[in-house]
Design a protein around this ligand. Structure first.
Ligand code: ATP
Ligand code: MG
Length: 438
């Protein structure tokens, strides 16, 4: 009997963890398919909980002593008073080299069938708070392999730009061209709220081969919960930030920013926020600067995040609140025109209204002057287009219009580029200066 109290046995007793840790659990009090309310829980916003056996939900707020959660999965057969238990600490993302070549979903789980991700570092989903002076200036160009962008809307390392267009004008195809050709160390791609079919297509055609090894893809298609779509966007930024902290030149691509705002709209409305512009509650629009400001160059190191967001102009409306807000925060925007696409000019970049706000800092004078000259010809041509097409303009009446007409073909040729063709920054500049330089 007494030999139970051998030294070994006593050691085990001494080292055993007898401290009773309280297990927090609450009960489900309401559920309407998307929103849940639980009683008896005190948890920070962002905590992931398990409701019943399978369903996961995230705490998004609390009201009158009840915790409000949002369903992260599909429809679930839940019963009143189902047990709600916290399962994860709020907001950390897996980041680092271990993710290169991988595809994850909004919750960070691998969906490429290549097994679990081992050895990943962690980074706060919402990012680390940084001051304005932690952001470096944009001084170096980034070659994106698209002639019209390299030549006329040069992108800088650490710049944030938007591709704005209505649906089906070629945003995703243009992004794909840049993913393949961009001279970046790492490409982090967030496919948020797009069609599931397009995710597979994007992976097979645009992130294939050599590009795959230096890319990380976060894919959250449109049928996933709005909370997961927002998490996907945050995760994309967290992964990029961690690579930037290692001194890497990161290209962050997000298709599309509008779908993230849509997810914010769904959550805001479900929480009872008043809808303002176009049904967007204020929180959905306020979320965009928080996201976009996370990209940029690092003032203290060599790392940078150059970010490209697609922005869907709903109904081709350039004054949509998301388009407006994105345009005012981003450092440049590329406008695609349906009229050009209909004429078969791809990529359908409408040079006139597109701007790169950092271009004057990053390209030499000769390049700038040539780009300005091309824009002048284009504007003159557009102003007088109707006259010219009607035959009301007589050649020789105005030297500027004559020059604009003479150069119009060259301008269209300059913009036009096959989707599998790559034009380097040097070639794009040389071609531009040869035709439009003084
Ligand atoms: N460079 C290109 N060359 C040839 N065709 C193109 C090119 N870019 C776009 N297209 C055509 O336009 C179609 C729509 O392009 P894409 O899917 O990129 O549009 P989108 O703006 O991303 O649309 P959505 O808003 O629906 O996501 C393509 O299926 C293709 O037929
Ligand atoms: Mg698209």
């Amino acid at each position: 009997m007494l030999n139970r109290f051998t030294a070994d046995y006593l050691d085990t007793l001494a080292n055993a963890d007898f401290r009773p840790t309280p297990k927090v659990a609450g009960r489900l009090s309401s559920y309407d398919g998307l929103l849940m309310e639980a009683i008896g829980l005190t948890l920070p916003v962002g905590t992931v909980c398990r409701v019943g056996d399978q369903v996961e939900a995230e705490v998004i707020g609390f009201r009158n002593g009840r915790t409000i959660l949002m369903n992260l999965g599909g429809p679930a057969p839940l019963l009143p008073k189902t047990c709600v238990r916290p399962v994860g600490p709020p907001g950390e993302a897996e980041v680092g080299e271990a993710l290169l070549g991988r595809v994850v979903d909004g919750a960070g789980k691998p969906i490429d069938g290549l097994g679990p991700i081992r050895g990943a570092d962690r980074w706060p989903l919402a990012g680390k708070l940084q001051g304005p002076l932690d952001r470096g200036r944009v001084l170096e160009p980034l070659d994106v392999g698209v002639r019209a962008i390299n030549g006329l809307l040069t992108v800088g390392q650490g710049q944030r730009i938007g591709i704005m267009a209505g649906s089906g004008v070629g945003k995703s195809v243009l992004l794909g061209m840049m993913v393949r050709a961009a001279k970046a160390d790492v490409v982090v791609i967030g496919l948020i709220g797009e069609r599931s079919r397009e995710v597979a297509d994007f992976l097979d055609t645009k992130v294939a081969g050599e590009a795959r090894a230096r890319s990380v893809v976060v894919a959250v298609p449109a049928n996933h919960s709005p909370v997961l779509r927002i998490r996907g966007a945050l995760r994309t930024h967290a992964i990029a930030e961690a690579f930037r902290a290692q001194g890497k030149r990161v290209l962050l691509i997000m298709d599309s920013l509008t779908r993230v705002a849509h997810a914010g709209r769904e959550i805001g409305l479900a929480l009872g926020e008043p809808a303002s512009a176009r049904g967007y509650p204020p929180s959905a629009i306020a979320m965009l600067p928080n996201l976009i400001e996370r990209a940029g160059a690092d003032a203290h190191g060599t790392g940078s995040i150059t970010a490209i967001y697609t922005v869907l102009a709903d109904g081709d409306d350039g004054n949509d609140p998301v388009v407006d807000s994105a345009r005012s925060i981003l450092d440049g925007h590329i406008v695609l025109s349906r009229a050009l696409a209909e004429r078969g000019v791809y990529p359908a970049i409408d040079v006139g209204p597109s701007v790169s706000r950092v271009m004057t800092d990053i390209v030499p004078k000769g390049h700038q002057l040539a780009a300005r000259q091309l824009r002048r010809h284009l504007a003159t041509y557009e102003e007088n287009r109707d006259l010219v097409l009607m035959g009301a303009y007589r050649a020789g009446a105005d030297a500027a219009i004559d020059a604009a007409i003479a150069h119009h073909g060259a301008i269209t040729d300059y913009v036009r580029q096959d989707h599998d063709e790559v034009v380097s920054l040097d070639t794009a500049t040389a071609e531009l200066v040869a035709v439009f330089g003084q």
